[in-house]
Ligand binder design. Structure first.
Ligand SMILES: Cc1cc2nc3c(=O)[nH]c(=O)nc-3n(C[C@H](O)[C@H](O)[C@H](O)COP(=O)(O)O)c2cc1C
Length: 365
């Protein structure tokens, strides 16, 4: 199974399965001299880890990251400095319960990768989905935390904007709210609505989809490259690589189809500080595949969790019709835990393009 690596200069390889002893990543190409602490990495891991509220899976994984290589530890015993050599990070799997999955060893769970993996490889790790399990995304979050350290002054944040048919009121958007509720929701008024709604979904053993918006601020103008290395292209590709993602938009995305040329094109003026000023941001901070200095805005849609308690029709590997009911512990809305993963993927894309831009233009932006 090849294709476990992404990025050109900030190059991330992830490895491991949900039911092996551990999983992790190797980041090759991280510049030397980047200083960070394990607590900084861990703070992002904690946002993704299970068991944080009743609205996410009750699996217990501490997701403690160990840094195995590529750094030197300071005398303070906590600060690490990258040496420019490959940085290997490891996360132990501490809550594998193969018995939860025993019944579906030969049955294809609808909506999962089971059938497609069998067709392609002729073998599949049925214990929790193996490599197709979103457990793999823990390693991406670790890599993303490091990517942030490569990007001076850049902020990458994600917020849920929709669960099921319930959309936030964008007029209420307050970034301070995303750490105050279990949904990364920027609209305080929507929180009780989502709570009631998801309680119903959870108690029924069902699931629902979500939309997540990722915003990167203070991204210098000039990152990205035409034609086959557009920054929007790479962001879209990395967001689409996240499990259960079925749609990605940049800026106004699919809404752009409803806009006229007058409405859509972001007008410009010179600002009082002598810097160019955009009067709107329909383009999501990207023109011609290159960052404009405006906030980069990407959105992705996550499908409902496929593992649900209701019996669904399927087939088994011997060609029999079967009914499948997925027991075990699952997220009623995987979109919630996808938010920190989306941030990580955008951070990795930006770090990669930041380094590529320096290599290509010789400029320190
Ligand atoms: C954070 C996260 C957690 C997930 N947990 C589950 C889960 O508990 N049960 C499930 O059916 N799918 C879960 N998924 C989705 C599956 O991994 C995914 O749908 C499956 O591997 C098939 O791949 P695809 O949907 O990308 O085609 C999760 C996705 C994410 C992003």
């Amino acid at each position: 199974m090849s294709h476990n690596t992404f990025g050109h200069l900030f190059r991330v390889t992830t490895w491991g399965e949900s039911h092996g002893p551990a999983l992790g990543c190797v980041v090759d190409g991280c510049p030397p001299g980047i200083r960070f602490t394990l607590d900084e990495i861990q703070s992002y891991m904690d946002k993704r880890k299970p068991g944080q509220s009743r609205f996410v899976t009750q699996r217990r994984e501490d997701d403690i990251v160990k840094v195995l290589s590529g750094v030197m530890l300071d005398e303070d015993g906590v600060t690490m400095t990258t040496t420019g050599t490959p940085i290997s990070m490891l996360i132990d799997n501490t809550d594998q319960r193969s018995k939860d999955y025993g019944e579906i060893a030969k049955r294809y769970r609808p909506g999962h990768a089971d059938y497609a993996y069998d067709v392609k490889y002729g073998i599949r790790d049925y214990r929790g989905g193996g490599r197709s399990s979103a457990r793999e995304t823990a390693a991406r979050v670790a890599a993303g935390a490091l990517a942030r350290k490569v990007l001076p002054g850049v902020t990458v944040r994600a917020a849920l904007t929709q669960i099921g048919k319930h959309r936030i009121n964008r007029a209420n958007w307050d970034w301070a709210q995303i750490n105050e509720n279990p949904f990364f929701c920027p609209d305080a008024e929507m929180v009780p609505v989502w709570e009631d709604y998801l309680d119903g979904i959870r108690k029924a053993g069902s699931s629902i989809g979500a939309v997540i918006e990722v915003v990167a601020e203070n991204v210098p103008a000039g990152l990205g490259a035409p034609i086959y290395s557009k920054l929007d292209q790479d962001i879209a590709s990395l967001l689409m690589s996240i499990n259960a993602v079925k749609g990605v938009e940049i800026g106004d995305g699919f809404q752009s189809a409803e806009l006229s040329g007058e409405e859509n094109a972001d007008e410009m003026r010179m600002g009082n500080d002598g810097q160019p000023l955009f009067l709107s941001n329909h383009a999501g901070g990207l023109l011609g595949g290159i960052s404009t200095g405006q906030p980069i805005v990407a959105r992705f849609a996550v499908k409902p969790t496929s593992s649900i308690l209701t019996e669904r029709q399927s087939i088994d590997s011997s060609g029999n019709n079967v009914d499948v009911r997925t027991k075990g512990r699952h997220d009623p809305c995987v979109g919630i835990r996808a938010a920190p993963i989306g941030e990580a993927m955008v951070a990795c894309a930006l770090a990669d393009h930041y380094l590529r831009d320096r290599g290509q233009t010789g400029r320190q932006r």
